[in-house]
Ligand binder design. Structure first.
Ligand SMILES: C=C(O[C@@H]1C=C(C(=O)O)C=C[C@H]1O)C(=O)O
Length: 372
């Protein structure tokens, strides 16, 4: 399939207001598209089906599923897409938003000082009216700009339209192999080879790593934790640790998802207290922001040869069930011609409310830089 026919089919599908997702996973040049052939709103809370999942922050609300059998799936491989040049303008921050966010962060710090919490991730949204509100054009610009991210555009007429470029893997399952990452701590990218991190950032990321290890422990064995590394996500840097393990035979995906999500990277620690604080104090509904999205239980077969000299007799196919979910960050919802951009940051006892505000401003640039 050519780039033109791939995107023409997608545009035609969107014009008919039918559900779709178009996405590219990190570090590859493949773009996949799922077109659901009717407007039925399928939901799941068992995570046993095969399809594409779009899950909210609050898993008490069900996840939206594009079932594999209801979709036409196509794929192209390409390094860069043709896009129109745009003059992206900086998002002008509202002073009232600033006062409110600083107040929210201050309340979070107080709760931590009182001993109710160790970490809480607090967020807000910014509205920006757009001149060019074509979601597929925005997706193309994001794809060209963010190679280390899961870049996506997701639409269902009964739910809405979401676009994002997230650097954060929630989990990947290949057969019995589970991979997850702990991502937290943020600073601007300044072209230095060895950036330094403050104790506040090191601590907030360590909270995430410890949590992930403890949460997957009952369901997996042989847990491996990498060294802490710095990764770049557009104009930002984060601390990252990779965690791998093997899923026990009697464990299922739903239990692992519920154990992990929402991690302290997007919610806080302890989880229940942090979630209550967010639902009560943030003053808006996160909806799908800090939820997760991705491929659910896709069967992939690879052919292996046990003996190179006798290929025909020894070739056998290994079928593996694969899932991969990304945390819905650096994202926005498109409502009519307005982008609602969602941004947040982790608060610990050492947080400075003014700096936390600036961190959210910096995070709006990931999406903001491809809007006009
Ligand atoms: C909550 C967000 O990002 C999360 C919070 C981070 C932090 O507090 O430093 C870093 C990466 C993400 O885990 C967001 O981008 O909105």
């Amino acid at each position: 399939m050519t780039e033109d026919s791939f995107f023409e089919t997608l545009e035609a599908h969107y014009t008919k207001q039918l559900p779709f997702v178009v996405y590219s996973r990190p570090i590859n040049s493949k773009i996949k598209c799922w077109l659901q052939n009717d407007t039925v709103l399928h939901k799941t809370d068992s995570f046993t089906e095969s399809g594409f999942v779009f899950s909210p922050f609050n898993l008490e609300d069900k996840s939206v599923l594009f079932p594999k059998e209801a979709c036409l799936i196509s794929e192209i491989e390409i390094d860069a897409l043709e896009t129109d040049q745009i003059d992206s303008i900086d998002i002008i921050e509202d002073q009232l938003d600033k006062i409110q966010h600083i107040d929210l962060v201050s309340k979070g710090i107080k709760s931590i000082e009182n001993g109710d919490l160790e970490k809480v991730v607090l967020s807000r949204f910014v509205s920006k009216s757009l001149q060019d509100a074509n979601p597929i054009s925005i997706f193309k610009r994001l794809f060209n700009r963010y190679k280390n991210a899961m870049v996506y555009c997701w639409y269902h007429p009964k739910v809405g339209l979401w676009i994002g470029a997230t650097p954060e893997l929630l989990l990947k399952v290949e057969g019995k192999q589970l991979t997850t990452i702990s991502l937290a701590g943020t600073q601007s990218y300044r072209r230095v080879s060895k950036p330094t991190w403050t104790p506040k950032e090191i601590e907030e990321q360590q909270i995430v790593t410890n949590y992930i290890k403890a949460q997957i422990q009952p369901y997996t064995k042989q847990i491996n934790v990498s060294e802490v590394d710095t990764i770049r996500a557009g104009s930002l840097l984060h601390l990252k640790t990779k965690i791998t393990s093997l899923i026990k035979d009697d464990s299922d995906l739903k239990s692992i998802l519920e154990a992990l999500h929402p991690t302290p990277a997007v919610c806080g620690f302890p989880k229940a207290n942090a979630k209550d604080f967010i639902l009560e104090k943030e003053n808006y509904n996160r909806d799908f922001y800090t939820g997760f999205l991705g491929e659910l239980n896709l069967k992939e077969s690879t052919t292996r040869n046990t003996n190179r000299r006798n290929v025909e007799n020894n070739a056998y196919a290994v079928v593996k069930t694969k899932s991969n979910f990304y945390v819905n960050l650096r994202c926005m919802q498109l409502v009519n011609n307005t982008a609602q951009i969602y941004v947040g940051g982790g608060i610990t006892k050492d947080s400075n409310p003014e700096k936390e505000w600036e961190e959210t401003v910096n995070k709006t640039r990931t999406i903001g830089s491809v809007l006009n």
